[in-house]
Design a protein. Structure first.
Length: 202
């Protein structure tokens, strides 16, 4: 469920625009954790991964940082879908595809749509484990012999591992750091030491 998502940034490459993106997505992620129990750490990690830290054209053109696809007859969106190149892992190979993706009027609508999606029938196994972000992440991956209950948000076999790496690397499981991001503030020296901020260092 990804369009144009590149490799995730490593800590020594994180720039001020990526910090700004974290500060943008932290408030709605924390709100949905409070309202629906969906782990904010995974919401933010998914937004970073699926959108290439907010740099994808799907974000710019459709306010869709989660790569949420559009399916005829199932969505009643006010805006028409957008067509984007994407890829899926099929039989161990990356296969290029052209897909339709949902077009949201604003970023908050995308967060709401994702929450509703994760509370739906397809993701019920993952949602049942929302109290443990690591189990939740694992169950968002594809169904495999090693992960028989995978819900298939992504076909990338390493999806959970990538999300987990993002969470650990940037302390997204630290409520204090996320609250600081949500307030538009520096998350503190523990995470700042992992971040190279370009510019004036604000």
């Amino acid at each position: 469920m990804r369009a144009e998502a590149g490799d995730h940034a490593s800590a020594d490459q994180l720039n001020v625009e990526q910090i700004d993106f974290l500060q943008t997505v932290a408030p709605p992620a924390l709100a949905q954790q409070r309202d629906f129990g969906i782990p904010a750490a995974i919401t933010i990690a998914q937004a970073c991964l699926e959108s290439g830290w907010g740099e994808s054209s799907l974000v710019a053109e459709a306010n869709n940082p989660f790569g949420i696809q559009w399916f005829k007859g199932t969505n009643r969106d006010p805006l028409p879908p957008v067509q984007k190149d994407s890829w899926e892992v099929i039989n161990g190979r990356n296969v290029a595809k052209t897909e339709l993706f949902r077009h949201f009027p604003n970023l908050m609508d995308a967060f709401t749509a994702r929450a509703l999606l994760l509370m739906g029938q397809r993701y019920r196994t993952a949602y049942a484990e929302r109290g443990n972000w690591q189990k939740f992440a694992a169950l968002l991956g594809p169904k495999t012999a090693e992960n028989p209950s995978g819900c298939g948000y992504s076909t990338e076999p390493k999806y959970a591992a990538i999300l987990t790496q993002l969470v650990k690397e940037f302390r997204l499981d630290d409520p204090r750091a996320l609250e600081r991001y949500a307030e538009g503030k520096d998350p503190g020296p523990q995470i700042a030491q992992n971040i190279k901020i370009e510019g004036d260092g604000k």
